[in-house]
Ligand binder design. Structure first.
Ligand code: UN1
Length: 513
């Protein structure tokens, strides 16, 4: 009956056995190679997608470019109203879309629904913002002059998203880009193409109902070579890319080479510092959810715990106990905490991390392993593991997208813990568990965490959309979602108007004829 239910959901979301993966709205086509989407939940083939060829792409960019000419002249609050309607569409389809996310990607149904909730939230945020795309006014140094700045849309925005948040990350970009007056071309991960098709179908319904032109929301599908259509295209002023640091470096180089803009959200190596003043119960909940939630496949997943030596054994024992309670299995079953990894390649990197940490001198305190047998046929289910390690181990310096948590010990003052925390290449999310005001404020100070996200008495994952999301160093420096992240989707223009009959020059320069 689960298969039957899934068929119904796919049907409701407009997904058939073979789908054409290129879309400008109602026009759906494709002549590229076939991508097969297998579920990591049960290993079943869900559906096929025909990818986007170079010719298909040419049609897309042409349609998007001409749609931009219409969309940019639509008043921003009206664009906001379209996004409001899209949010309603998501509310109606939350259960179906959340279930598809869970089935195609493997995260728990709760988290799949949570992801759709993030989409709804960013849409609501964008609706309000559509009346608040404010610029500043400045006082001119010249008499009878007025000076101000305004924000205009950029044009066609390219969005490259990752498998782990197959729908939310697109919406963070697209909801803001749309209210800003941009049109979007989205290339979802080839590991979750059906999530992309489902979202695009929902968006297309809204654009159609409002008699808006084709091309405001576009979808292309395929591997990195299809992503290159976007990164190499001088008609695309902004590329927003989420994924690995390796991918981000390639994208950054390509786009910078044509002086385009990038918004990058790349790898993290997120840590929680646990000081002698930490609430141990809260620490364990935050750390376990951070490490095993989404099977350790969030950019914000907790990879490292930096624990003070005085409470190290206590925290370790509590974690080992908590890990014994974890139920691993079908993520659509609410009783389970941990679902599968995305594919068997991910299982390989998980195994590699466990092997490396031991080779480097670490000790497993919660053993890992790949599960087999009934319910685990996909080969993607692994046991969350905990290893005692040293901060300088090569494997601890890397991001492994799997539920592997490293325990690191510090002694002395909180400064020492912060030093360990910052001493990695990545800079996305960080947290401190403490009831000591001095430690908390030091952690948030200029000498503290060097990450884009720094939390007190909360774990590293599960950020709200209202803040700017992203990080420093190898995380790429981009900021998506809330706060003033919208500015990256617009170009700023400074305007000075002279309403006199004289032409005074700035800086007091005289030029009399
Ligand atoms: C990601 O993993 O790419 O903070 C995004 C979180 C989520 C978003 C994660 N709100 O964990």
């Amino acid at each position: 009956s689960e298969t039957f239910q899934m068929k119904q959901i796919l049907n409701d979301l407009g997904i058939s056995e073979i789908n054409e993966g290129t879309s400008t709205g109602n026009n759906i086509f494709a002549s590229g190679e076939i991508i097969e989407s297998f579920s990591p939940v049960d290993g079943q083939l869900i559906a096929k997608v025909k990818s986007t060829s170079k010719d298909d792409y040419q049609k897309v960019i042409k349609t998007a470019t001409s749609a931009f000419k219409v969309w940019r002249t639509t008043p921003a609050p009206q664009r906001g109203d379209i996004v409001r309607q899209f949010a309603d569409k998501l509310r109606e389809n939350k259960q179906a879309l959340g279930t598809l996310v869970s089935y195609e990607m493997g995260k728990s149904l709760q988290e799949g629904l949570g992801e759709v909730q993030e989409m709804i939230d960013i849409c609501d945020f964008a609706v309000g913002l559509s009346r608040q795309l404010h610029g500043l006014t400045m006082h001119s140094e010249r008499p009878g002059h007025r000076m101000y700045e305004q924000y205009h849309p950029l044009g066609v925005v390219g969005i490259i998203s990752a498998f782990n948040f197959p729908v939310a990350v697109w919406s963070w970009n697209t909801a803001l880009a749309w209210i800003c007056g941009d049109v979007c071309i989205w290339k979802p991960s080839e590991k979750a193409p059906l999530c992309g098709i489902a979202c695009q179908n929902l968006a297309a319904q809204v654009f159609k109902a409002n008699q808006l032109p084709e091309g405001i929301s576009c979808l292309i599908n395929g591997d990195y070579s299809v992503g290159e259509f976007l990164t190499k295209d001088t008609q695309i002023p902004l590329i927003s890319a989420t994924g690995s640091t390796r991918m981000g470096k390639i994208v950054a180089k390509e786009v910078a080479g044509r002086l385009g803009k990038t918004l990058l959200e790349l790898g993290g190596n997120n840590a929680i510092i646990v000081t002698p003043d930490a609430d141990i119960k809260m620490t364990v909940i935050g750390a376990v959810f951070g490490a095993v939630g989404t099977a350790g496949q969030r950019c914000t997943s907790t990879r490292r715990l930096i624990i003070h030596e005085s409470i190290y054994d206590k925290v370790k024992t509590a974690l080992v106990e908590a890990y014994k309670q974890l139920r691993i299995g079908n993520p659509l079953d609410e009783n389970n905490h941990v679902g599968p990894l995305i594919d068997t390649d991910a299982v390989k990197s998980y195994n590699n991390a466990l092997q490396k940490v031991v080779e480097e001198g670490g000790k497993l305190v919660v053993e890992g392993g790949v599960l087999s047998g009934e319910g685990y046929e996909s080969g993607c289910y692994v046991k969350p593991a905990i290893a005692e390690a040293s901060p300088n181990f090569k494997i601890v310096q890397q991001e492994t997208f799997a539920p592997v948590l490293y325990l690191l010990k510090y002694s002395g003052a909180v400064e020492n813990a912060v030093e360990i925390q910052n001493n990695v290449a990545q800079g996305l999310s960080s947290a401190i568990m403490t009831n000591n005001l001095r430690e908390a404020e030091y952690f948030l100070s200029v000498q503290g965490s060097d990450c884009g996200i720094a939390n007190v008495n909360i774990g590293t994952s599960g950020a709200e959309i209202g803040g700017a999301f992203g990080g420093e160093k190898e995380t790429g420096g981009g900021r998506e979602s809330g706060s003033d992240a919208w500015k990256v989707y617009m170009r700023r223009q400074t305007n000075t108007i002279n309403y006199t009959t004289k032409l005074p020059l700035a800086q007091g320069i005289k030029f009399d004829l």
